[in-house]
Design a protein around this ligand. Structure first.
Ligand code: ZN
Length: 321
């Protein structure tokens, strides 16, 4: 698996960089009197920690909008930031496939790295055959599943900063409640697409939890990790599928270059059928900070509105919570 091969070749460089950094770990004795310094890998994880931590945490996110976590490698600056943090949060389940051993190295320096998916019951996770025994890491597409990561974040923050444990617990409870309401909203919106049209074709196989939770058949041009390039055969097979099933729309993803999906659209056109690009979905990163899509809740609204609009011409109301 090229993703894992790449990890093995990259790690020695990262470890060398860590070894060269003077230890900058901040004392935790005064943690109750200052903000907890957190580094999060993806913007999705950063948003989760910020919601639970509130003004008690200062969150730095390593991967900005549109960055692909499957391919992301820690830079020297990232390693400096991680070495200076009180606590690291990452998504886990090999989403950040090229960073895992860096977290382990940080842990050996006394900086805890917490996978927000670590507390999820493995029985609820998808484990597709083609992923060779690993779990599908894209759990945030099932909003009810993502809500289950909230208590673990509160616990990790409380372990470090027990003085404010009640604050973390109460914010976590409120956010989990908001997410469970959002899950109900997405479920209701999905029902607006006629059952026969509930087929979601995207750039990579990120939406299987979405499909399972909200009743969509899901096809991705690339596999679960974007580390495996789609070939001509993949494009042709997907074009055949779309043409045969008369699927009206396919979707690009903000963190994956659009050329693959555009090639599928052209191949469908060559078969005498027309499929539109129904819009761009947020898959593995949030949108621009400060915009509605800069939050997890905002991207969930954007995605379901785009999907229902593309497949059934019934965009949902994004202002509705
Ligand atoms: Zn992905």
């Amino acid at each position: 698996m090229c993703r894992l091969r790449a990890l093995r070749t990259l790690v020695p460089t990262c470890l060398l960089l860590v070894a060269c950094q003077p230890s900058q770990q901040v004392s935790t004795t005064d943690i109750a009197t200052r903000a907890v310094s957190v580094v999060a890998t993806t913007s999705i994880v950063g948003d989760l920690v910020a919601r639970v931590g509130g003004d008690r945490v200062a969150v730095q996110v390593l991967m900005g909008p549109g960055v692909d976590p499957h391919l992301y490698k820690a830079s020297e600056g990232d390693i400096t930031r991680m070495a200076s943090a009180d606590l690291l949060f990452y998504s886990g389940l090999h989403l950040e496939g090229r960073m895992t051993e860096v977290f382990e190295q940080m842990a050996r320096r006394g900086i805890r790295a917490v996978a927000v998916t670590a507390g999820l019951d493995r029985g609820v996770l998808l484990s597709p055959l083609e992923y060779q025994g690993n779990y599908d890491p894209h759990v945030w597409f099932d909003v009810s599943l993502w809500a289950r990561t909230v208590p673990g974040v509160a616990q990790a923050l409380s372990d470090l900063d027990p003085t404010h444990a009640n604050d973390y617990r109460s914010r976590a409870a409120a956010y989990a409640e908001e997410l469970n309401a959002l899950d109900g909203y997405v479920r209701a919106q999905a029902q607006r697409v006629p059952a026969a049209q509930r087929v979601l074709v995207t750039a990579h196989d990120a939406f299987n939890y979405f499909g399972r939770a909200y009743g969509f058949e899901v096809r991705g041009l690339q596999g679960i990790s974007t580390a495996t390039e789609a070939g001509t055969g993949d494009v042709q097979r997907l074009a055949d599928f779309i043409t045969t099933r008369r699927i009206p729309a396919l979707f690009i993803e903000a963190s994956v270059p659009p050329r693959g999906i555009e090639a599928v659209q052209a191949a469908v056109r060559a078969r005498g059928f027309s499929v539109v690009i129904g819009g761009s979905l947020f898959s593995d990163s949030l949108g621009t900070p400060g915009m509605p899509e800069g939050t997890y809740v905002g991207t969930v609204h954007h995605n379901i509105s785009t999907i229902t609009g593309g497949l059934a011409g019934v965009p949902s109301h994004t202002a509705t919570q």
